[in-house]
Design a protein around this ligand. Structure first.
Ligand SMILES: C[S@@+](CC[C@H](N)C(=O)[O-])C[C@H]1O[C@@H](n2cnc3c(N)ncnc32)[C@H](O)[C@@H]1O
Length: 286
């Protein structure tokens, strides 16, 4: 069902689909699928389990770079001659749309190829879970699903719900996972994800992308089941804080009394090679 990544990437047809991608106004949260067709993995869990049972393929992957358009994680594993695949709508369009039935089934087929002890590194779209967009999503502890009058908020919820079902199914196959989110993201308050984190006794660490050569300090949460995840914990020294304060203007501007992200902020989601290498070492230590 899932063709080789190389063939997908070079296909013109895939590029066309990608152009049709419906943006939500938040660059990292997209779909190619009409809302009436959005897939609910949770509602189809019985047939997904049947699909899993039928799998007779080889478990040849050490890692899945989920929502990893930059390919940083896949490349890091590749540098160590470990087989990894990447799943992201930005790279492969409809075939990798977690909100479509076909896209989800393709994800499942990739997941089934992960070896026991392998890892899924997931950086799901955060833009509708963070403070900067709080006037739109209006999420709170008591209202974790947020203001669902907005399609963009419903879409961000759909992506996380399907990711959660996928991680739940994979955890039952002795596959580890790590979810990366900016500190303060309200994603972990969504009930299905909160339940999963509790069921798998997930570890949660705070780190800074700035400690892995990122231009911003980016306080970050890593949460998941990698036994050595604590080794990713970092704190900032006072001199580093000053350096990041200087860079701040490149990423945020004040407009009408409000703080807004610049274009540079959007590309700041890409992992640095240093972060990916550190995560590889962390996985190897497991
Ligand atoms: C915050 S970015 C993560 C980038 C990652 N840190 C990297 O280094 O590539 C979120 C990613 O989710 C992808 N994405 C958004 N909606 C998606 C969907 N419906 N299905 C699959 N991927 C999606 C975006 O294309 C984007 O690359």
């Amino acid at each position: 069902m899932v063709k080789s990544a190389g063939r997908q990437a070079s296909s013109k047809a895939v590029k066309k689909v990608h152009l049709k991608t419906k943006k939500t106004g938040n660059n990292d949260t997209t779909t190619t699928t009409d809302e009436a067709e959005w897939y609910s993995a949770e509602s189809n869990i019985a047939s997904l389990r049947r699909m899993m049972k039928k799998f007779t393929g080889v478990r040849d992957l050490s890692c899945l770079d989920l929502f990893g358009a930059s390919g940083g994680i896949k490349n890091a594993w590749g540098r160590h001659r470990k087989k990894a695949e990447l799943y992201d709508i930005k790279k492969y369009g409809l075939k990798h749309d977690i909100c479509s039935e076909r896209g989800f089934e393709n994800l499942l087929q990739l997941g089934l190829r992960i070896k026991p002890g392998g890892v899924i590194v997931a950086g799901p779209p955060c833009s509708l879970f963070i403070f900067l967009s709080s006037s739109i999503h209006r999420r709170s502890r008591r209202r974790p699903w947020g203001n669902q009058e907005y399609r963009s908020v419903r879409l961000s919820n759909c992506i996380v719900k399907n990711m959660t079902t996928f991680l739940q199914l994979m955890s039952q196959r002795r596959v580890h996972f790590v979810i990366e989110q900016p500190f303060g993201s309200q994603m972990f308050d969504l009930p299905p994800l909160r339940r999963l984190m509790s069921d798998v006794a997930a570890i949660r660490v705070t780190t800074y992308m700035g400690c892995f050569a990122h231009k911003m300090k980016k306080r970050t949460i890593l949460a998941g089941t990698l036994p050595s995840l604590l080794s990713m914990e970092r704190s900032l020294r006072p001199q580093d804080r000053k350096r990041f304060e200087k860079n701040r203007k490149k990423f945020y501007i004040r407009c009408d009394g409000k703080v807004q992200g610049t274009k540079a902020l959007q590309s700041s989601a890409d992992y640095t090679p240093q972060f990916c290498d550190a995560l590889y070492t962390c996985w190897k230590e497991k």
